[in-house]
Design a protein around this ligand. Structure first.
Ligand SMILES: Cc1cc2nc3c(=O)[nH]c(=O)nc-3n(C[C@H](O)[C@H](O)[C@H](O)COP(=O)(O)OP(=O)(O)OC[C@H]3O[C@@H](n4cnc5c(N)ncnc54)[C@H](O)[C@@H]3O)c2cc1C
Length: 369
């Protein structure tokens, strides 16, 4: 086979193809925007088409549930959890259940150089590193293979990630009975930014602040948890001093300019109430209008229960989590990504042309002029 996908927009980098290839003919290679795509070694490929057959963007129905989910508002009961979570701390509550039952948790973490990648957690310390949204596409590596190994060893597994990563894992697992012990949790996903821009941004911060980055936090709650403020507090420290700095330029590129996201995000089939997971988590935007008694400046979550498995998992969280059913219409009105994918501006092409020609610092200078 020549290629897994026909057009770049048809590949979301879930890595199901890479993990499933029986002859390891597929490697994931970065393109000029820094996004990973599968590349087939024709010498090794045996034309079995396993990669294409499980691809969540190609597969009819995209591995989504057919039933309409139950929508809930939720909040963790412990303040420490709320303050160290992006929204209302649901990820901590559900992963606690899995860890207490001897299971393992998969989610997005940083490595020592602050690259974003999926990792495996067997204890609370490793799990805590997965908290907080990291607005960069994570490198999945051989995560799906590891998930399968854990399931074969009779461990319960909670996989967390973007909707396309969850769908990819569903495709990879196929109709295996092992999925009985697999719990899938996705986020409502705005879209996913480029790892290359992230790399260049980190280097720029190190240059400007004269030191190696020593900590990073997207979406800190130093102002509060609210739509207006939650994206204003990107915090970081460097080896130069103890001082905590903030900088908004990455957010500006992501949420403002809308030029740094993966091409497939513009045609995302997962911007839908029908999810490719058991449970979906997000921010409960608009809660101050609909149920002010639930509003909390420390964070409130939206949960979509997509099937019985999700429902059973949530029930086990009732000691840690406060939750209540809410009308679906509230979230349909507030969460654009439940009904439509992002639209890129016309300037996206020029942006990448300038990026290649003049480099990141030129782009940033133009942005902040
Ligand atoms: C790229 C991205 C876009 C999002 N867009 C929206 C949106 O449009 N609307 C909305 O309401 N919510 C969105 N969210 C979800 C929201 O930001 C919170 O992640 C979610 O509500 C969980 O919060 P929490 O307090 O329960 O968990 P936290 O403790 O904050 O846990 C974060 C969870 O997100 C996962 N995660 C973090 N970074 C990544 C990543 N790069 N790739 C895959 N998984 C990751 C972790 O594995 C963990 O499960 C988005 C999240 C991400 C990562």
């Amino acid at each position: 086979m020549e290629n897994v996908y026909l057009r770049k927009e048809d590949c979301c980098n879930c890595s199901a193809c890479y993990n499933t290839c029986p002859t390891q003919a597929i490697s994931m290679k970065s393109d000029e925007e820094g996004f990973l795509y599968p590349v087939i070694d024709k010498e090794l490929c045996i034309d079995c088409h396993s990669c294409v057959n499980i691809c969540p963007l190609i597969y009819d129905g995209n591995y989504k549930e057919k039933t309409v989910p139950n929508f809930l508002v939720a909040k963790h009961k412990r303040e420490e959890v709320l303050m160290n979570s992006t929204s209302g701390g649901v990820f901590t509550a559900i992963s606690d259940v899995i860890l207490k039952e001897g299971g393992v948790v998969y989610g997005a973490d940083f490595d020592d150089e602050f690259h974003v990648l999926h990792k495996r957690a067997e204890n609370y310390e490793q799990r805590n590193r997965m908290r907080i949204s990291k607005y960069v596409q994570s490198n999945m590596g051989n995560t799906f293979e590891q998930v399968k190994k854990d399931l074969m060893n009779k461990r319960k597994v909670l996989f967390t990630g973007t909707p396309c990563q969850n769908a990819g894992l569903r495709g990879y697992m196929g109709d295996s009975s092992l999925v009985e012990n697999l719990y899938l949790c996705d986020v409502i996903c705005h879209s996913i930014p480029s790892p290359l821009v992230w790399e260049d941004y980190k280097r720029l911060l190190e240059k400007e602040y004269k030191g190696k980055l020593t900590s990073i936090q997207f979406r800190s709650k130093t102002i509060d948890w609210s739509r207006e403020n939650s994206n204003k507090t990107f915090l970081f420290t460097t080896s130069h001093s103890e001082k905590i700095h903030t900088d908004e330029r990455f957010y500006q590129l992501f949420f403002g300019n809308k030029t740094i996201m993966r091409p497939s995000c513009e045609q995302c089939p997962f911007t839908d109430i029908h999810r490719a997971s058991d449970i979906t988590i997000a921010d409960y935007w608009g809660i101050e209008k609909y149920a002010p008694e639930w509003n909390d400046k420390k964070g409130v979550s939206l949960i979509l229960i997509n099937n019985e498995k999700g429902s059973n998992l949530l029930k086990k969280c009732s000691e840690e989590l406060k939750y209540e059913t809410r009308p679906m219409e509230e979230s349909l009105a507030e969460q654009q990504r439940l009904s439509e994918s992002i639209k890129f501006p016309k300037k996206r092409e020029k942006f990448w042309h300038d990026y290649r020609k003049y480099g990141f610092e030129y782009i940033i200078e133009k942005l902040t002029k």
